[in-house]
Design a protein around this ligand. Sequence first.
Ligand code: 1PX
Length: 214
Amino acid sequence: MAGAQGAFSLREVLAAFQTCVTEQREVLLGPYLCGWRGLIRFLHSLGAIFSFISKDAVAKVQIMENYCRGEQREKYVSLQSMVEYELASGLVDVQKQSGRPDSGCRTVLRLHRALRWLQLFLEGLRTGREDSRTSVICTDSYNASLAAYHPWVVRKAATVAFCTLPPRNAFLEIMNVGTPEEAVAMLGEALPYICDVYGITQELFAQHKLLDLP
Ligand code: 1PX
């Protein structure tokens, strides 16, 4: 019942990323954003030191939810329809600051880069030894992905926050999936779906030269 009452459950996030990809290999924004909402809920439970991260993630998810509920909502059903619509309508800024609202493409790109961090982090947790440190897994995953896009001050604050993460087994337990062994098994099931979503998005954005949007 963890998902129903607002508590975090990795199962809920798994299901969301699992249902993202259609038979036509499109990524549906509804379940994609649901997955992020679940992750953010979990982040809240890790304490106030992570709030600068969750605030930014919430703001980005909110931007996307507004597009998904807005007048052009049928254009924001999938990442593919969003890219097509925003590019065709000249809504994507390829140079910094035009005063226009943040496009869906640049906003999803930020979440997409964070999804790479998540992929590395979960894989590190899954394959780590019982006594490995979550903070080290998290820092290594961050340095290999998102850190390249963040200024020094954000990297510093993130690294300080990571140091407060509980040890690996305690972390696996607060995921609310059962024992650490059960959590590891769940990670093994979840990761291919997250990798799939990441891979399709990466290819889509590369194809349209959207990987460096300011
Ligand atoms: C089962 C384990 C689940 C763990 C769940 C954790 C969810 C984490 C969600 C993180 C989402 C981060 C989105 C960051 C987007 C971003 O890169 N934004 C920057 C650029 O945005 P801009 O609009 O200015 O171009 C922005 O500058 C970001 C600021 C906040 C700091 C972001 C640090 C990201 C660290 C990610 C690691 C989260 C650690 C969670 C510990 C478990």
